[in-house]
Design a protein around this ligand. Structure first.
Ligand SMILES: Nc1ncnc2c1ncn2[C@@H]1O[C@H](COP(=O)(O)OP(=O)(O)O)[C@@H](O)[C@H]1O
Ligand SMILES: [Mg+2]
Length: 329
């Protein structure tokens, strides 16, 4: 009887310790399982990142290749257009000289003159040449931005004066800011704060300023379309450029305009490559995606946009003043 009881107790304690062991193991397994889950998630993230960066790098190579291939033929067309223009002018001059010498040409010649409509031909030829020149100029611009897009890392990294960069950019854009037949000059208000030199790729940052200011001019011109010269004079086109040292480590640059503003639906796609709302031939949709890449990837900065449709738009850029441990770009 006593023996039986002892055996029961032993059995009981076995079963208890067994239960405890099972519980412990289950816990361990659960932990391992969680850990594994985390690992899988991490792996998935890394894989997505790798695919993405692989995509971007092959896209970059593709774009660089295409830009290079297009560049050569376009350059010789562009170059030859100049000669074509000179030769055409010469030929027209020659024909005019003949006309003066022989004011009343023989019937056969007169017939040909009427047939080809010399007057129209002379006029149209110049227009055609002009539009071909605009076309090749346009292709060259696109090729240039594609090249910049694909070789963002080539410029030099050094301390630079942001204000100088903005001023240079404004200088280059003078021809677009100055008064036109349909509107007075666009007012540029500079509100420069006290900025130290900033470690950056100055050429690339200039490109960002250029892209943003060009977009502002486009938005102002679009808003102007519904307004008369008088109306525009009363509520002038303004681009405001404000800089500010946010704290010893961060500089901010804000570029605002009182143009069309950006609707909510467009705002979410602004930084997508090739996204544009501009007519074919005007927009490439590369400006903001390149700018984003330059500010965020290359300078470890931030960039965002605030806008009220019908009122205007502000792009805000923040970049670190110094890069202590700069990731080699
Ligand atoms: N300041 C602005 N005001 C209004 N819309 C803007 C402004 N900046 C950018 N956008 C919008 O963002 C789009 C993309 O700009 P971007 O990448 O520079 O390409 P693109 O200028 O060639 O269209 C523009 O087509 C326009 O719709
Ligand atoms: Mg643009």
């Amino acid at each position: 009887m006593l023996q039986q009881q002892a055996a029961n107790e032993k059995l009981e304690s076995y079963s208890q310790s067994l239960e405890q062991k099972v519980l412990l193991r289950t816990q361990e397994l659960q932990e391992k399982n969680d850990h594994l889950k985390q690992l899988v998630e991490e792996l998935h993230r890394t894989q997505t990142q790798m695919v993405q960066s692989e995509k971007m790098s092959s896209l970059g190579q593709l774009v660089a290749g295409v830009a290079h291939e297009i560049n050569n033929p376009v350059n010789f067309i562009h170059g030859n257009l100049e000669h074509l223009n000179t030769y055409t002018q010469d030929l027209i001059k020659l024909v005019q000289a003949y006309e003066q010498l022989i004011p009343e040409p023989p019937a056969a010649l007169q017939e040909t003159l009427t047939e080809i409509d010399l007057e129209f031909l002379t006029e149209d030829l110049q227009k055609i040449l002009q539009s071909m020149r605009i076309g090749t100029g346009r292709i060259r611009e696109i090729v240039l931005s594609l090249r910049n897009f694909s070789r963002l890392n080539e410029a030099e990294f050094k301390p630079a004066d942001i204000h100088e960069g903005i001023d240079n950019t404004l200088l280059i854009l003078q021809h677009r800011l100055k008064a036109k037949a349909e509107r007075p000059e666009i007012q540029v208000i500079k509100d420069y704060g006290d900025l130290p030199v900033v470690e950056c790729y100055p050429g690339q940052l200039n490109q960002v300023f250029m892209n943003l200011i060009t977009n502002s001019i486009d938005a102002l011109e679009e808003a102007n379309q519904a307004r008369s010269f008088q109306e525009i004079s009363e509520h002038p086109n303004v681009i405001r450029i404000k800089t500010q040292l946010l704290d010893p480590e961060w500089a901010a640059i804000m570029i605002s305009d009182n143009g069309t503003g950006i609707p909510e639906a467009v705002r979410s796609r602004l930084f997508d490559p090739f996204f544009t709302t501009k007519p074919i031939g005007k927009g490439t949709g590369l400006g903001l995606s390149i700018s984003y890449q330059i500010v965020v990837d290359k300078h470890k900065g931030q960039m965002h946009c605030e806008s009220t449709p019908g009122q205007g738009t502000t792009f805000v850029i923040r970049i670190p003043v110094q890069h202590k441990t700069l990731v080699s770009a």
